[in-house]
Design a protein around this ligand. Structure first.
Ligand SMILES: [Zn+2]
Length: 68
């Protein structure tokens, strides 16, 4: 008897595009961009140009490419 292994790589699975959402801790203005190596949720990236507060990664997620 064999059970399916959850989380095992499936070659048939669609390739996801991974996106990172950056957000200023004060303005809360989300900016979506493609994921880069080293991105981590809650990582501080830069200072906001508008208010000089920290910009933090609020979310990293995968999205299926749109079907044509
Ligand atoms: Zn700001």
């Amino acid at each position: 008897m064999s059970l399916p292994i959850m989380g095992a790589p499936d070659k048939k699975a669609k390739k996801l595009t991974v996106y990172t959402i950056e957000e200023c801790v004060k303005c809360k203005k989300p900016v979506k961009r493609e994921f880069k190596d080293g991105d981590l949720v809650h990582k501080i990236l830069d200072k906001c140009k508008d208010c000089n507060e920290n910009i933090m990664i609020s979310l990293i997620y995968g999205e299926e490419p749109k079907k044509n």
